[in-house]
Design a protein around this ligand. Structure first.
Ligand code: JF5
Length: 221
């Protein structure tokens, strides 16, 4: 998969996307990820990307010209253009699975008071990662890139992908334990040491259901 990110703060993206599974996917050639500075598509001496809102009011608005030029330079008919904004649909695991099937994603990360409304004509989807306001769309883009990358074919090991399968049943994970069997008077449940795989599976199913009822009843509808 190819991913381009258009941002005013490319420095934000070093770190999260250079470690762990995303780094591995990039090195393996499964993910071609490029971070691009929106200012590279300005033409004036001050590399202006924003301006004051018509009609007055606080804050600055992202100008249409650099965004149009950048998207026209980077996108083709096969590109899914995504805008990060709190006004978008809230991103879910189902959307991560859908995006993982695309050839090319282009993330547009805005900030300030928002985008000139005409920029929306370039966009296929407007996505939010939750009901709060951030300073810019960089973190939401990184969250979505992380969630999508681990679903790309060949990125997860065989064990890990089987694990993901069980997570997509819509229930929370059951409790996990490893050695030692007793730690500071806290014991691992006997059933997990019993070797009885039918009983272990039953216990895990029950624990998942109980946890979901207690913590995330909204998932059970
Ligand atoms: C942004 C205007 C973009 O704050 C966010 C965001 C929150 N959830 N999902 C995205 O994006 C940055 C802020 C203001 C446009």
């Amino acid at each position: 998969m190819k991913i381009d990110v258009l941002t005013l703060f490319p420095e934000m993206f070093t770190g999260p996307l250079d470690v762990s599974m995303v780094a591995r996917a990039r090195k393996a050639g499964l993910l071609d990820l490029q971070i691009r500075n929106l200012r590279d598509w300005t033409h004036d001496r001050h590399k202006t990307v924003d301006d004051r809102p018509f009609g007055g009011g606080p804050g600055m608005v992202l100008k249409p010209e650099p965004v149009f030029e950048a998207v026209e330079a980077l996108a083709s008919e096969k590109t899914r253009v995504l805008m990060m904004a709190p006004t978008g649909r809230v991103f879910t695991q189902a959307m991560a699975r859908e995006l993982a099937g695309e050839e090319h994603l282009l993330f547009l990360c805005g900030s300030y008071e928002g985008f000139d409304e005409r920029i929306r004509t370039l966009i296929d989807d407007e996505l939010s990662i939750g009901d709060y306001v951030l300073t810019n769309g960089g973190l939401p883009a990184m969250v979505i890139i992380d969630a999508v990358t681990r679903l790309l074919p060949g990125v997860l090991g065989h064990d890990e992908s089987a694990h993901d399968e069980s997570f997509s049943h819509g229930l929370l994970e059951y409790p996990h334990y490893t050695r030692p069997a007793e730690f500071r008077e806290m014991k691992v449940p006997d059933v997990l040491l019993s070797g009885n795989h039918a009983e272990i599976e039953k216990w895990r199913r029950e624990q998942s259901k109980r946890r979901t009822e207690e913590r995330r009843p909204d998932l059970l509808e």
